[in-house]
Write a protein that binds this ligand. Structure first.
Ligand code: F6P
Length: 319
């Protein structure tokens, strides 16, 4: 291969820029040309492709977001759209594509690979919900942001002796909520992997107050329920002032923490080495601190991210 393309797709994540930098610097060092594609698969479809040089990624290691831009582009599910995209890659004489994103982005990469265009996926999302890797780029930065927010909410909820219900991102994965709840000392955790009954939660909170608790923090993964409604229900049942806070997109921004920068740099470098070794249709991961790669089709269709039940059980003992 002589020319590779790179794009970031789906929700942005801190560390995506560091991953692009890792790819660009490694590829240039190996004598390859690198082309950046703007705004994910949408820019690929619209042929918004430009050559990158080593200075394109200067001062990027510490920057949040993605300088290439990202987009959600459901039209990429259509074969005709992908064929236009492949045509654009060929027009630019690009031989292989690196896709940084979550599992929706992997889906596009899988389809392109099946249709004859080799792609390598790098997991970039704050949700930590991608198969074949222990951690995704952006997860640890988001974790730190969420914990900081919980610390702040703790100050005010303890001053006012209130219950605080906090909605955390993660799509359908509770990793961010669970880890943030442990680090933030939350009393109650509601995550999609564990069955949740409102009555049980309310009873547990009541018991906590009966034992002398003065305030409480409940961490809830998004999409589990309407946190404002839940807060009202808790307030009525426990007879204790309750406030809901939706952390929202704040969780996606900010300068990546060192671990994300290192992870992103390693994954970027590794992806290029894979392409140079002739691998296509792979996704990169970190497992037990080692770089690994898996068949992207296998990762999407057969591999599941294991839920860390032990961590959840530990959390329960800390309340
Ligand atoms: O996948 C990252 C993520 O931030 C999820 O946690 C969240 O559900 C979703 O993206 C929000 O998407 P959007 O930015 O398109 O509203």
């Amino acid at each position: 291969i002589k020319k590779i393309g790179i794009l970031t797709s789906g929700g942005d994540a801190p560390g995506m820029n560091a991953a692009i930098r890792g790819v660009v610097r490694t590829a240039l060092g190996e004598g390859l040309e690198v082309f950046g594609i703007r705004d994910g698969y949408q820019g690929l479809y619209e042929n918004r492709i430009e050559r990158l040089n080593r200075y394109s990624v200067s001062d990027m290691i510490n920057r949040g977001g993605t300088f290439l831009g990202s987009a959600r582009f459901p039209q990429f599910k259509e074969e005709a759209t992908r064929l236009t995209a492949i045509g654009n890659l060929r027009k630019n004489e690009i031989d292989a594509l690196v896709v940084i994103g979550g599992d929706g982005s992997y889906m596009g990469a899988m389809r392109l690979t099946e249709e004859g265009f080799p792609c390598v996926g790098i997991p970039g999302t704050i949700d930590n919900d991608v198969a074949g890797t222990d951690y995704t780029i952006g997860y640890f930065t988001a974790l730190s942001t969420v914990v900081e927010a919980i610390d702040r909410l703790r100050d005010t909820s303890s001053s006012h002796q209130r219950i605080s219900v906090i909605e955390v991102m993660g799509r359908h994965c509770g990793d961010l909520t669970l880890s943030a709840a442990i680090a933030g000392g939350c009393e109650f955790i509601v995550i999609p992997e564990v069955e949740f009954k409102r009555e049980d939660l309310i009873n547990e909170i009541k018991q906590g107050f009966a034992k002398g608790k003065k305030h409480a923090i409940v961490a809830v993964t998004e999409h589990m329920c309407d946190v404002n409604e839940l807060a009202a229900e808790i307030e009525a049942a426990v007879k204790h002032e309750t406030r809901a806070t939706i952390l929202g997109h704040i969780q996606r921004g900010g300068s990546p923490v060192p671990y994300d920068r290192i992870l992103a740099s390693r994954m970027g470098e590794y992806a290029v080495q894979l392409l140079l070794q002739g691998f296509g249709g792979r996704c990169v991961g970190i497992q037990n601190e080692k770089m690994v790669h898996h068949d992207i089709i296998d990762a999407i269709e057969n591999m599941k991210r294991p839920f860390n039940q032990e961590l959840f059980d530990t959390a329960k003992h800390l309340f």
